[in-house]
Write a protein that binds this ligand. Structure first.
Ligand SMILES: C[S@@+](CC[C@H](N)C(=O)[O-])C[C@H]1O[C@@H](n2cnc3c(N)ncnc32)[C@H](O)[C@@H]1O
Length: 282
C-alpha cells in the first residue's frame, strides 16, 4: 500500500455484508453496516469477487472473513480488557455493531492514514457517529512507530488490552510484523492479540491452495501484494521471540465445529488464512 485507501479492505467488508444478505441465518457475524459503509460500489466489488473466484472458493473466502472476526470478538468478550486496539481496522464496524462491548472499553482504531481517512469520510456521510470511547490513530505500520502513536492517542500500557490484527500481517514486511508484535508484547500482562496470517504452502489443503493463489493474484491486481507467509511453527516461534505466549492456534476444522456446525449451504472456513491468539505473560 502506498497513498491509496486499501481496496482489499473493501473486499473483506463486502464479504461480511454479503454473508448477512446472501447466506442463511444463523449468521456467524451479523454486520448490517458493512455494505452501506462501502457504498453503492459494493456491487462492483461483488462482481469482481464472483468473476475471479469459482463459487466454492467464494464461499470459503466469505466464511474465512466472518470466522476471523467472530473468533476475535468472542475472545474479546470472554476476557477482561479495558482497551481494544484494531490494527489495520479497514471497514470493520465493531464500534457500531457491538455497543454491548464498546461500553466498557476504550477503542483505538489503527489503520493506514489513507484507509482511515476514507472510512471516516464514508461513516460521516452515512451519519454514523464518532463515539467518545473511540480514537482513530492513523499509522503506517511500515514507517511509523506504533507504540509512540498509540501512547500519543492515550493508550495505557498499564491496562490490559485486546488487539485484533485481521487480514493485515500478510501485506507487511517481516520487520514491520516483528515490530508490531513487540509493541503488543510491551502491553500490560494479560493483554491478548488475535492475528490472522496466510500460512506457507505446505499447510494448505486443496481449497486453501487454490484460494490463496486466487487471492494473491487479486491482491497484486489491487496494488496490495502479499509478502509474509510463515509456517505455523515459524509464526509461533516469532511470537515467542517477541515476548508473546501462544494461547490458541486453531485449525480450520476447529473453527468449523465452533461456528459452522449444522450448516447445509457449504459455508466453511478454509486453510488459506489461519488465526492465532497470543497473550502477554507476566
Ligand atoms: C484486507 S484489509 C483488512 C481490514 C480489516 N482488518 C478486516 O478484517 O476487514 C487490510 C488492512 O491492512 C491495512 N494496511 C495495509 N498495509 C498497512 C500499513 N503499512 N500500515 C497500516 N495499515 C496497513 C489496510 O489499510 C487495510 O485496512
Amino acid at each position: 500500500m502506498d497513498q491509496e485507501a486499501s481496496r482489499t479492505a473493501l473486499s473483506t467488508a463486502v464479504a461480511r455484508g454479503r454473508h448477512r444478505l446472501q447466506d442463511d441465518p444463523p449468521w456467524v457475524l451479523d454486520d448490517p453496516f458493512a455494505l452501506p459503509l462501502v457504498g453503492p460500489s459494493w456491487r462492483i466489488v461483488e462482481r469482481r469477487q464472483d468473476t475471479s473466484l469459482p463459487p466454492e472458493l467464494g464461499l470459503a473466502y466469505r466464511a474465512g472473513v466472518v470466522a476471523r472476526s467472530r473468533y476475535a470478538e468472542d475472545r474479546l468478550a470472554a476476557g477482561s480488557f479495558a482497551q481494544y486496539v484494531l490494527l489495520g481496522a479497514g471497514l470493520d464496524t465493531f464500534v457500531w455493531r457491538r455497543p454491548d462491548l464498546v461500553r466498557s472499553l476504550r477503542v483505538f482504531e489503527v489503520d493506514h492514514p489513507a484507509s482511515q481517512q476514507q472510512k471516516r469520510q464514508r461513516a460521516a456521510a452515512l451519519g454514523l457517529p464518532e463515539l467518545d470511547r473511540v480514537t482513530y490513530v492513523p499509522v503506517d505500520l511500515e514507517l511509523d512507530t506504533l507504540d509512540r502513536r498509540l501512547a500519543d492517542a492515550g493508550f495505557d500500557r498499564a491496562a490490559p488490552a485486546f488487539f485484533s490484527w485481521l487480514g493485515v500481517a500478510m501485506y507487511l514486511s517481516e520487520p514491520a510484523v516483528e515490530t508490531t508484535l513487540r509493541t503488543v508484547a510491551a502491553s500490560a500482562p494479560g493483554s491478548e492479540l488475535v492475528l490472522t496470517y496466510v500460512p506457507a504452502a505446505g499447510h494448505l489443503d486443496d481449497v486453501g491452495r487454490r484460494l490463496t493463489d486466487h487471492l494473491r493474484l487479486l491482491a497484486d491486481a489491487l496494488g496490495e501484494p502479499q509478502r509474509h507467509a510463515p509456517t505455523r511453527h515459524e509464526l509461533e516461534a516469532l511470537c515467542r521471540r517477541c515476548g508473546l505466549d501462544v494461547a490458541d492456534h486453531p485449525q480450520p476444522g476447529d473453527l468449523a465445529r465452533r461456528y459452522f456446525a449444522g450448516r447445509t449451504d457449504g459455508l466453511a472456513p478454509h486453510s488459506g488464512e489461519a488465526v492465532l491468539a497470543a497473550r502477554v505473560g507476566g
